[in-house]
Design a protein around this ligand. Structure first.
Ligand code: IMP
Length: 179
């Protein structure tokens, strides 16, 4: 099935059923690893909203959730190097175990920025859980990236929270750009 968003065409790549199944596995792994603590999940908006909601339903632990808002894409296909902070973290993470929740890691610039920023606030630990990861595009070494839903090719994707020029976030499945 294909969808048109603005001027581009996208085809289905990861059906929701696979996302759901993989998210349940990630939730179980995280629940086991954080068994004796109360982690705080920090979502990076906007793209993470669906994944964070579904992931947390699979986490069987007392836990907190908070959000930050960053923009690194300026509404197109290419990553810009500049990161704008739209909403800061409103909770104190000092001494806390933090799980950073990302929709997608592309060049890793956003993640590098986030991990450095959160590390400066002296958490007990930081690990990253990303639904999608494009290893070919990655420009950084980020050992905190411990939980990955799907490694994907270096193609532009939309759906399940991810957008192309702000549209497509509401699609239930993940779609990739048709060349
Ligand atoms: P990075 O800084 O290059 O790793 O990009 C991270 C951010 O860019 C993500 O949180 C997304 O908001 C956005 N992004 C990266 N790749 C894609 C994509 O394929 N589709 C939609 N947004 C993307």
């Amino acid at each position: 099935m294909k969808v048109k968003i603005h001027d581009l065409e996208f085809e289905k790549m990861i059906p929701f059923e696979h996302i759901e199944q993989r998210t349940a596995e990630l939730g179980q792994t995280i629940s086991k690893e954080y068994q004796n603590s109360t982690p705080i999940f920090v979502g990076v908006l906007n793209g993470c909203f669906m994944f964070t909601a579904d992931l947390l339903k699979q986490v069987n632990l007392p836990c907190e959730v908070a959000f930050m808002k960053l923009s690194s894409y300026r509404g197109g296909l290419e990553s810009t190097r500049s990161i704008r902070e739209d909403l800061d973290l409103s909770v104190d993470i000092q001494g806390r175990h933090v799980v950073l929740v990302e929709d997608i890691v592309d060049t890793g610039n956003t993640l590098r920025y986030m991990v450095d920023k959160l590390n400066a606030l002296n958490p007990a630990s930081i690990k990253v859980c990303a639904l999608l990861y494009k290893p070919e595009a990655m420009e950084h070494d980020i050992p905190e990236l411990q939980y990955v839903g799907f490694e994907i090719e270096n193609k532009f994707v939309v759906g399940y929270g991810l957008d192309y020029k702000e549209l497509g976030r509401n699609l239930k499945d993940i779609y990739q750009l048709v060349k």
